[in-house]
Design a protein around this ligand. Structure first.
Ligand SMILES: Nc1ncnc2c1ncn2[C@@H]1O[C@H](COP(=O)(O)OP(=O)(O)OP(=O)(O)O)[C@@H](O)[C@H]1O
Length: 282
């Protein structure tokens, strides 16, 4: 049976002040509990704007956003409730890290949720340990490296134990060590049943990781489907300016060369492809 719908957008449109064209136009989609969703599309296609709508930072001028079937309540209390459940890790940590020290930064959200100082401290200590932040806990946030800032901006959200985590290009500008760390965190979130929505330009990662891909273009949703469908639709990829993942490219080559059958299943990773080739040889 299909899992419960966590977030549902119905006809969302959103135009920024000082702009005469909508950055989101008539966006309708559903996201279910525990899903791994990649949001893809060219620069300026509306991915970040959609994220900002999902936790109420932006209020759409048209349409309704539902969280667990209830329309979002834009009162101060309603927004606080929504934001404690739906957290955004921003693309640029400098837009997110506002407190003087790392410890204060990670405590801020939990204290705001009304936890006592003791409870907040316990959660913050645990999350700092989990994300290897303890060694630089007393540093000012502006004096951290890009990778450390990303660690803190993720901890900042996870300390609130959200149900849905939105990550806007989480590995942009990270070195391989921090990229791996972020991917591990994403994996652990999914293992714990958290719904994870990642905006990314990395087609190879999206293909092997996501349950579903949402493709955006000029503020609209062009498609929402499984990676095997999205990444084999040349027309869609061309329209959205997306590359073909390497594994699909190699598969198509092997099919054309008659090494794999034309109707073989579509692999999402190199491991899947190896399995297909082994099967064919048996
Ligand atoms: N604060 C703002 N004021 C006015 N227009 C904005 C603002 N933020 C974004 N836009 C515009 O809204 C559109 C969608 O931008 P958005 O940042 O949502 O796209 P994106 O898909 O996340 O892009 P990227 O991949 O570059 O991060 C773009 O045309 C952008 O110029």
């Amino acid at each position: 049976m299909d899992k419960e719908i966590v977030l549902e957008a119905k006809g969302l449109s959103c135009t920024y002040e000082m702009s005469d064209t909508p950055s989101l136009e008539n966006v309708s989609l559903t996201i279910r509990k525990g899903q791994k969703i990649a949001v893809m599309g060219a620069n300026g296609s509306g991915k970040s704007t959609f994220f900002l709508c999902c936790n109420g930072i932006l209020k759409p001028e048209k349409g309704v956003l539902f969280f667990h079937g209830q329309p979002v309540d834009y009162s101060k209390k309603g927004l606080q409730r929504l934001r404690s459940k739906v957290g955004i890790v921003f693309q640029n940590p400098d837009n997110q890290l506002l407190s003087a020290s790392v410890y204060q930064e990670i405590s801020f959200g939990v204290l705001n949720l009304g936890f006592s100082k003791e409870e907040a401290k316990e959660r913050v200590e645990q999350v700092m340990e989990e994300f290897s932040i303890t060694p630089f806990r007393n540093r000012p946030t502006h004096a951290l490296s890009g990778g450390e800032k990303k660690q803190v901006s993720i901890a900042d959200i996870l300390v609130m134990e959200p149900e849905v985590v939105l990550m806007d290009e989480p590995t942009a500008a990270l070195d391989p060590k921090h990229t791996k760390l972020v991917y591990q965190v994403i994996e652990e979130l999914s293992e714990n049943g958290i719904t994870v929505i990642v905006a990314t330009h990395d087609v190879d990662y999206a293909c092997q990781w996501a349950d579903e891909i949402i493709v955006m273009e000029k503020g609209r949703v062009l498609a929402q489907d499984v990676p095997q469908k999205i990444f084999t639709s040349r027309e869609l990829l061309k329209k959205a300016n997306l590359e073909i993942p390497m594994v699909i490219r190699v598969t198509q080559y092997l099919q054309e060369a008659d090494i794999l059958e034309k109707e073989s299943t579509v692999p999402r990773s190199i491991e899947d492809l190896e399995e297909l080739i082994k099967e064919r040889r048996r």
